[in-house]
Design a protein around this ligand. Structure first.
Ligand SMILES: Nc1ncnc2c1ncn2[C@@H]1O[C@H](COP(=O)(O)OP(=O)(O)O)[C@@H](O)[C@H]1O
Ligand SMILES: [Mg+2]
Length: 308
């Protein structure tokens, strides 16, 4: 199946000469949830803004549903919903009008039944006659999503949807996103919260300094780059590693109070048993043992640091 979004060698140099994107290639499949993960200033908003037709690219090409975002702006924009990073909606307008107006802006016929369905889906129906300024922060976020969905886009971009949002609201947002996915909407979200990408995305792209460093299925990424760590709390601290342990990838931590053994996830059981055997043979005792798997955060930090 052809990707719903195809980005080729995309570059962006802003008017002041700053290069925000340095040749990004990315294909997005219909129906997936892709998280673009990157620190502030990485180029996430720039990338999204180009796909949405709000910022002109300096080079390269973006196709949405096979249409060029510059040449066929109307077509591509109609397929896309955007929940922007900055909240710029008129605070004195009602929920109903805000969402209805947005549908019109995208050139779609008025459809009160559809607006009603969107508002109900987002639990905003009861608030339809309230003005935005009367709503809680969470409700305002929902209105922005409703607004982005008013014209039935096939693709939804969420630019840092949960920055500065509390945990409860974040959960709610993810339920909304999950429901949209079930309806077949393709979702691209940017975040600098790693847990977010870890929790919700099918694929994760890591972007830093205007470059897409990698994009991969979350599970494959964890498997490929994920490391495990076995930690043994020693009964008696050691000053140095016994030579007999030289064959293992172990190190001493916490002033000799713990032994750390690092290994790749798969097929290591045998070696762990040998290591434990070697410890027993040396008369080394431990009082506790734990394992830890490297998270997306570790992987992310490593990638971005390697780049820097
Ligand atoms: N209009 C602009 N003019 C000049 N530089 C810009 C403009 N917009 C963004 N930038 C710069 O481009 C870089 C990427 O910005 P942005 O895409 O907003 O990153 P992110 O969303 O990942 O935080 C930043 O260094 C930012 O300062
Ligand atoms: Mg941004």
């Amino acid at each position: 199946m052809a990707p719903i979004v195809s980005i080729r060698n995309l570059t962006k140099v802003y008017g002041n000469g700053f290069q925000a994107l340095k040749g990004v290639d990315l294909e997005i499949e219909e129906g997936e949830i892709l998280a673009l993960l990157g620190p502030n200033g990485a180029g996430k908003t720039t990338l999204i803004s180009i796909v949405c037709g709000l910022v002109n690219p300096s080079g390269g090409q973006v196709l949405v549903g096979g249409n060029d975002v510059v040449k066929d702006f109307r077509k591509t924009r109609a397929m896309i919903g955007l929940v922007p990073q900055e909240l710029t909606t008129d605070q004195f307008e009602t929920v109903w009008n805000t969402v209805t107006f947005s549908r019109g802006v995208h050139g779609k016929k008025a459809d009160p039944a559809r607006i009603e369905a969107v508002l109900k889906d987002l639990s905003l129906w009861e608030k339809r006659n309230n003005t935005l300024r009367e709503l809680s922060g969470g409700m305002k976020r929902r209105v922005l999503i409703a607004k982005a969905l008013a014209h039935d886009p096939r693709i939804l971009f969420l630019d840092e949807p949960t920055a500065g949002v509390d945990v409860t609201l974040r959960r709610e947002m993810w339920q909304v996103v999950e429901k949209l996915r079930q309806d077949g909407v393709t979702i691209i979200l940017t975040t600098h919260y790693i847990e977010e990408a870890e929790e919700i995305a099918d694929r994760v792209g890591v972007i830093s300094g205007g470059e897409l460093l990698l994009v991969e299925a979350k599970a494959a990424l964890m498997k490929k780059l994920g490391r495990k760590e076995l930690r043994l709390e020693l009964t008696e601290p050691m000053t140095a590693l016994p030579e007999a342990l030289g064959a293992y990838n172990v190190s001493l931590a916490e002033n000799g109070g713990a032994l750390i053994y690092e290994y790749q996830g798969e097929g290591e059981q045998g070696r762990i048993a040998m290591l434990l055997g070697a410890l027993t043979a040396q008369g080394i005792e431990f009082r506790d043992l734990s394992t830890r798997q490297s998270s997306l955060e570790d992987i992310f930090v490593e990638l971005v640091e390697k780049k820097a």
